[in-house]
Design a protein around this ligand. Structure first.
Ligand code: AR6
Length: 178
């Protein structure tokens, strides 16, 4: 399992993978953080694709995910998911963060993609504690991969050193498990 999940540090927009996951907001119309970076790198075609999805489906609630084309990115598609805003932990945040990861994986699988990159959803503007979020990310993806086969490689793209260390430790622990 270990080799199907990998930590990378840097800018998710530069990756040559099938799918990049965006930590979006419910409007799907862009924002700051990784969302802003993805829209800047992808160009206006991405915003237009998001507008069309929004017109058809309305807002994207926390825990849900939608897929669009990827504009100028090397990736073939962008999956936009909405993580929970951290409100202290008693507002279903963990469950919603799990859903965001799982629904993104399901969409990638349903579209036949093999490689996917996640940012650390909810751990920026949305304030989810980084260690707890990393644990949910790794556990949810690991659990999903044991039951589904199309996805070959998942990258956890960490922007800062602390997040990269957290993920690295978790993946090493997973690899140590019998
Ligand atoms: N590549 C990879 N990771 C990045 C990049 C990048 N280019 N830029 C930032 N990060 P955030 P959220 C990391 O705030 O907490 C937006 O305005 C960042 O360091 O982007 O889910 C949306 O529109 C952090 O670890 O997303 C929403 O309104 C992680 O990505 C809201 O922010 C997520 O931070 C979503 O907040």
């Amino acid at each position: 399992m270990e080799q199907r999940m990998q930590v990378l540090q840097g800018d998710i927009t530069t990756l040559d993978v099938d799918v990049i996951v965006n930590a979006a907001n419910s409007s799907l119309l862009g924002g700051g953080g990784v969302d802003g970076a993805i829209h800047r790198a992808a160009g206006p075609a991405l915003l237009e694709a998001c507008r069309q999805v929004r017109q058809q489906q309305g807002e994207c609630p926390p825990g849900h995910a939608v897929i669009t084309t990827a504009g100028n990115l090397k990736a073939k598609a962008v999956i936009h998911t909405v993580g929970p805003v951290w409100r202290g932990g008693e507002e279903n945040e963990a469950r919603l963060l799990e859903d965001a990861y799982r629904n993104s994986l399901k969409l990638a699988d349903a579209n036949g993609y093999a490689t996917l990159a996640f940012p650390a959803i909810s751990t920026g503007v949305y304030g989810y504690p980084k260690a707890a979020a990393a644990e949910i990310a790794v556990n949810t993806v690991s659990d999903y991969l044991t039951h589904h086969s199309l996805l070959r490689q998942i990258y956890f793209v960490c922007y800062d050193d602390e997040t990269a260390r957290l993920y690295q430790r978790l993946l090493t622990q997973q690899g140590d498990d019998p």
